[in-house]
Design a protein. Structure first.
Ligand code: NAP
Length: 463
């Protein structure tokens, strides 16, 4: 059994689910393709109504959905509720704006013989969506919302530790009125991934996850000559300039590094602070982290959740040991972690240099790398000295200069005076080893669309 619900707060196995067989996978592909042929002809008004209804159902049963996520991957209940809201917002966004984002474009032509040229947006077909556990609903909706609205159909391969959150979508979309086959969760074993991507009816794959998984799955897609998008890891710089409001910046830093127990692709993983405010920032940051409260993620008073699994906590411990061996200093903070559950003691790493092999790694949990720099120029250089290019932020009272610094940071997203945000109406995507392609808004919906050129020529004009 690969797919299991294990409560990371207690480490108890709650439920297990068998892998899909090849016959089940083939049946799902056939059903998704057959659904696609009808769904692409279905009026936008019907597709819109399905998304709007799914958003309504999520909001109406917010608490139930949130509790399931907290059970399976341990995030604190308030954050789980916020994730349900965000997922509903994304569905609603595409219900309201999706059709207009795909409007036919008339191309102005300079010569009469070129005819009347238009670009129509048409869906590609069945898509495979491979998603991670850290936002079990939001990650799925980022692909399913726009792509279902566009007329594509979806096969979901979710992370093996959130099988019930994955199955929830079959039920949600069915209740929202989506035709059978148009969305299907599969407990797909890794050794059948290539089989799915190879199938001629499957026209693309969207993956969010690690660099390793992204490279494997994008290679399958490339071999089969199919479109892929990759949303991978990150090590976001959180740059603090000398004129920043330190008290508010520290609050954002503590939040930016510790929400979702530090397991966010756009967590503020590297805090890069200029010398003149470094000591004040560090002292206040220590106090902020120390005040976090670990405990039952269902308890609204808990502010620092367990990690998603004991395996994730063990992996982080090994990474921190390696960083120390490489020359970093580790300082643990806060009350001692609870005896059971996949908790990790909040840790600050200082003395990290580019000579330390860990310097270029992504730490997925409550571990803060804090780097002292002389000035703004060095802060930018350090921010860019990363294999990743996902998000980042700059804290300064001078927002005009903040915008200039943001332009110099080599990532897909930079926020001034806020950690990297996730919102329904802001596009999301990275560069470098953080992947390629976008999700959300107009950019996301265009990823799996045939921008078809149709040219109507007057037969008498050409000759
Ligand atoms: P992961 O191991 O790559 O898992 C992500 C998904 O890929 C899971 O569904 C996983 O399934 C699947 N997968 C992994 N190897 C596979 C293979 N060989 N064949 C088929 N499927 C495979 O990622 P993770 O470590 O759990 O998740 C955290 C990573 O995701 C971090 O690096 C984080 O930064 C990144 N992330 C990026 C974004 C973004 O938008 N850029 C957002 C969130 C997270 P199994 O569970 O069955 O292995």
């Amino acid at each position: 059994m690969t797919y299991q619900t294990i409560n990371p707060y207690t480490n108890e196995t709650v439920a297990t689910f068998p892998d899909a067989t090849i016959a089940e996978v083939d049946a799902a592909i056939a059903a998704a393709h057959s659904a696609f042929l009808a769904w692409r002809e279905t009026p936008f008004s019907t597709r819109t109504a399905v998304l709007a209804k799914a958003a309504e159902l999520l909001r109406a049963e917010r608490r139930r959905y949130a509790e399931l996520v907290t059970l399976e991957m341990g995030k604190v209940i308030g954050e789980a509720e916020a994730e349900v809201d965000l997922s509903a917002d994304i569905l609603q966004y595409y219900a309201e704006h999706g059709e207009s984002l795909l409007e036919t474009i008339t191309v102005p032509v300079a010569f009469a013989a070129e005819g009347e040229v238009e670009i129509v947006s048409q869906p590609l077909g069945v898509l495979l969506s491979v998603e991670p556990w850290n936002f079990p609903y939001y990650q799925v909706v980022r692909v399913a919302g726009p792509q279902l609205l566009a007329g594509n159909t979806i096969l979901l391969k979710h992370a093996s530790n959130v099988p019930q959150a994955a199955a929830m979508f079959d039920d949600l979309f069915e209740r929202a009125g989506l035709p059978a086959g148009a969305f299907k969760n599969l407990y797909l074993p890794h050794n059948l991934t290539e089989h799915v991507i190879d199938d001629p009816r499957v026209r693309g794959v969207a993956l969010t996850g690690s660099e390793e998984a992204g490279a494997i799955i994008a290679a399958y897609a490339a071999k089969a000559v199919k479109k892929s998008t990759l949303e991978l890891g990150g090590s976001d710089a959180f740059v603090v300039l000398g004129d920043a409001d330190i008290d508010k910046t520290v609050q954002w830093a503590v939040f930016g590094r510790h929400w979702n127990a530090g397991q966010v692709c756009v967590s503020a993983k590297r805090l890069i602070v200029v010398d003149e405010v470094f000591d004040e920032f560090l002292e206040k940051y220590r106090a902020g982290v120390t005040a976090l409260k670990m405990g039952d993620p269902m308890d609204p008073a808990t502010t620092l959740a367990p990690l998603s699994s004991q395996g994730a906590a063990d992996k982080l411990a090994v990474q921190v040991e390696k960083a120390i061996t490489g020359g970093a200093r580790a300082e643990t903070l806060g009350e001692k972690v609870p005896a059971t559950g996949a908790f990790y003691q909040p840790t600050i790493l200082t003395g990290m240099t580019s000579a330390n092999p860990s310097y270029y790694e992504e730490f997925f949990g409550p571990v803060s790398i804090i780097i002292r720099v002389q000035d703004e120029a060095e802060a930018i250089a350090v921010a860019n000295d990363s294999p990743f290019g996902l998000g980042g932020s700059v804290f300064t009272r001078d927002t005009v200069n903040g915008e200039k610094v943001a332009r110099k940071i080599e990532t897909g997203m930079v926020y001034v005076n806020h950690p990297t945000m996730v919102k329904a109406d802001i596009p999301f995507g990275g560069v470098k080893h953080s992947g390629y392609g976008h999700e959300l808004t107009n950019l996301g919906i265009q990823e799996f669309i045939n921008k078809k050129v149709i040219d109507i020529v007057d037969i008498d004009a050409a000759f």
